[in-house]
Design a binder for this molecule. Structure first.
Ligand code: ADP
Ligand code: MG
Length: 694
């Protein structure tokens, strides 16, 4: 149960002033539907309105707040001319300028003969001192409404900053203080303010510096968020480690047979990763390891050899994949090698139903399969193994901790878990995302890969791209065509993809296929299968082209509006080609006008194929946020951390979390109880739920 002190934090925003049915959607789009979402929506900058000059001494170009008396209104003489209101103080005249003004509204706001406090950017125009569209015009009695330091928030269409600020003010007034969860010594050393005061100083800044990532309140809040994440991870990690481990020592016979059948030798990185995994399997602690390696770096064979080792030791192994397509691909690449070495392999997905499914489950329970490959279907309750000892989780970030634990619970004698991911992540982020796991990296590519020729092309030259694709297809090439990612809307993504699909159909007829996220699994598979078999040459797709999908014959990748993608995402998309022996090309089509950062980012793509390097550079260039691309990335949501600025806090949080867990695993001490608030506040409470489920 969530601690009572947090009830207000999680209250619905409709309890706030100015929020109702009508505008709640905009609030939800911007931040979320609860008070906690509002207070963690922090300002990106602040406007200083403390400059309070007389009209004649005010510096041109400054943001000024000025006391004036309204003298007279001068309505616009024609539609294009502005409406003017002449005001004055004892030093001179100030003209307020309004375009497309509503006269009746202005007369009400600025009655002739009354005093007002005006704030906005002041300009000198011809001989006049003027402010165009003042930010604030308040009566002296209401001067409280004019923030002297005004925080500026990222906004969304359909919501005004004023309405947002008012609601936020209500939230800040209502939330209670929380018990301090940090160590006294840490607080003393860092000189951090407490939690609620930190929030207040960001939302009601006394100076603009407070808003920067380096400010003490901001660092404190970032640390809160990081510690919550690390603590949740550490709790799960500790629980896994405390579970009885199992030593899986094989004699190497099956591995030798598989290796002998391979037409190639393992790369150095594959050998190293395999060595690390085998030593974990043999050790008597439970293994929790992540194997990171680019698409095509050869993780699958390493996983197979590790599974073979587990089977040699008498256990069963399972491999969990996020989608049907990937599970089937694993079956195709694993089964021949595994069966050649005498291993019995089965596939279980959502498509297994009724009696045949039951028969499969019975054989699995009887121990007649050594390796089970499957989707979420394999973590269902009624799936039982005779003796599961080793689980591989492919595209680990697509699964939650809970799913990992459910799979683990099917093992009666302890289990070793190997996660795999093709998403390259900078080291600091690896710690944040996978702090509970040991990591093996495969950086070296198998030999003989041809580099992918990557080019950046402006959208103006789309016709040339099309011409090139047409020639390539005529000579037998296969092409992926990825459509623009439209912000915030899957429906728009889809519309864009459908338009492109129709346009390409006009040129290529039924040689074009379309896959997108809204399609049913079977329909998607059908189109993919056609592409795989060469029946269609061009596959138009939204970003749903599954990570890991393998069509070695595809040699061209076109990505429209490449500037809208995260670099990691571009890298993964590009990884769909360059898988066979043919020479591959990746065309990054960008918008005509793109900024400096976008240019540099695309340049990195052109110059490098090293996913880890690309990820580090992306982090450096963009600071934070969308490192892993969007959606689907499995990246927990960070609202207060700036990964470029707060890197030093990550390791601190990890060490802190491990210490906490070693001393007070159940979070029962005074500090432990305070830390429970932290976990709930940042919704990293899966660890607590685990404690309760025993
Ligand atoms: P990943 O799962 O990391 O994306 P895969 O395991 O699918 O990569 O490997 C991609 C391809 O490379 C497969 O066709 C595989 O047979 C081949 N491969 C793997 N290791 C090597 C190696 N050491 N030398 C040559 N080819 C390899
Ligand atoms: Mg793979």
């Amino acid at each position: 149960m969530r601690p009572e002190a947090l009830f207000t934090y999680f209250a619905d925003i409709e309890s706030l002033p100015g929020v109702g049915k009508r505008n709640r959607q905009a609030f939800e789009r911007l931040a979320g539907g609860r008070l906690v979402d509002m207070i963690f929506h922090i300002p990106s900058s602040a406007i200083d309105r403390r400059y309070h000059p007389k009209v004649m001494e005010a510096a041109a170009g400054s943001i000024a707040t000025i006391d004036i008396e309204v003298i007279t209104h001068k309505p616009a003489p024609n539609k294009r001319a502005p409406y003017k209101v002449i005001c004055q103080d004892e030093t001179g005249f100030l003209t307020l300028v309004f375009f497309h003004a509503r006269a009746d509204w202005l007369r009400k706001q600025l009655p002739e003969g009354e005093r007002r406090v005006i704030s906005g950017r002041l300009e000198h125009f011809q001989d006049q001192v003027q402010i165009t569209h003042p930010d604030y015009m308040v009566a002296p009695d209401n001067v409280d409404e004019l923030p002297l330091m005004e925080p500026i928030y990222p906004m969304t269409a359909g919501l005004s900053a004023k309405v947002f600020r008012k609601a936020l003010g209500g939230a800040l007034d209502n939330i209670p203080d929380l018990p301090e969860w940090h160590d006294d010594s840490l607080m003393g050393r860092e000189n951090w303010p407490a939690f609620k005061p930190s929030l207040l100083s960001l939302h009601r800044p006394e100076n603009a510096d407070v808003i920067t990532p380096e400010s003490l309140p901001r660092r404190r809040l970032a640390y809160d968020e990081l510690l919550a994440t690390q603590l949740a991870t550490a709790i799960v990690r500790e629980r896994t480690r405390r579970k009885k481990g199992r030593s899986l020592k094989g004699n190497g016979n099956i591995r030798r047979q598989i290796l002998a059948a391979l037409p190639y030798a393992l790369t150095g990185d594959q050998e190293t990763a395999l060595g690390e995994i085998i030593s974990d399997l043999e050790g008597d602690r439970s293994m929790l390891r992540l194997m990171q390696g680019d698409v095509g770096s050869g993780k699958t064979i390493v996983a197979l050899l590790a599974m073979a080792a587990a089977v040699e030791a008498g256990a069963q192994a399972a491999i969990l994949a996020p989608t049907e397509i990937l599970a089937r691909q694993h079956l195709e690449s694993i089964a021949p090698l595994a069966e050649g070495a005498g291993l019995r392999v089965a596939l279980l997905t959502g498509r297994n139903k009724g009696k045949p499914r039951q028969a499969l489950l019975d054989t699995l329970k009887a121990g007649e399969f050594d390796i089970l490959i499957g989707t979420h279907a394999i973590i269902q309750d009624d799936v039982e193994f005779k003796d599961l000892g080793f689980a591989v989780i492919d595209e680990q970030h697509r699964f939650g901790v809970q799913q990992r634990l459910t799979l683990s619970s099917k093992a009666v004698n302890g289990i070793d878990v190997l996660g795999m991911t093709a998403t390259p992540i900078p080291r600091t982020l690896t710690l944040t995302l996978y702090g509970d796991m040991d990591v093996s990296r495969i950086q070296e590519k198998p030999p003989g890969r041809q580099p992918i020729d990557t080019r950046v092309i402006s959208n103006e030259r789309l016709m040339d791209v099309l011409g090139g694709v047409e020639r390539a297809v005529k000579s037998g090439a296969q092409v992926y065509w990825v459509c623009p990612l439209v912000e915030e809307s899957e429906m728009l993504d889809l519309a864009a993809a459908e338009d492109r699909y129709k346009a390409l159909q006009k040129v290529f007829g039924d040689q074009v296929g379309l896959v997108h996220g809204k399609m049913k699994g079977v329909d998607k598979d059908a189109v993919m299968a056609k592409f795989q078999s060469g029946e269609i040459s061009i596959l138009v797709a939204t970003t749903v082209i599954e990570v890991g999908v393998n069509v070695p014959e595809a040699t061209i990748m076109v990505i429209e509006h490449a500037e809208r993608f995260g670099l990691a995402q571009l890298h993964q998309l590009r990884g769909r080609v360059g898988r066979g022996s043919g020479k591959s090309t990746c065309l990054l089509v960008r918008a005509e006008h793109v900024g400096e950062v976008a240019r540099s980012r695309l340049k990195i793509m052109r110059e490098s194929e090293d996913g880890f390097l690309i990820a580090e550079e992306d982090l450096r260039l963009r600071g934070s946020g969308e490192i892993l691309g969007t959606r689907q990335s499995g990246m927990p949501d960070f609202k207060l951390v700036d990964f470029a600025a707060h890197g030093d806090l990550i390791e601190m949080a990890r060490d802190d979390a491990r210490l906490i867990v070693s001393k007070d695993m159940e979070l029962m001490s005074e500090r432990g109880k305070a830390l429970r608030h932290l976990l709930y506040l940042f919704e990293r409470d899966e660890g607590i739920r685990l404690m309760q489920s025993g």
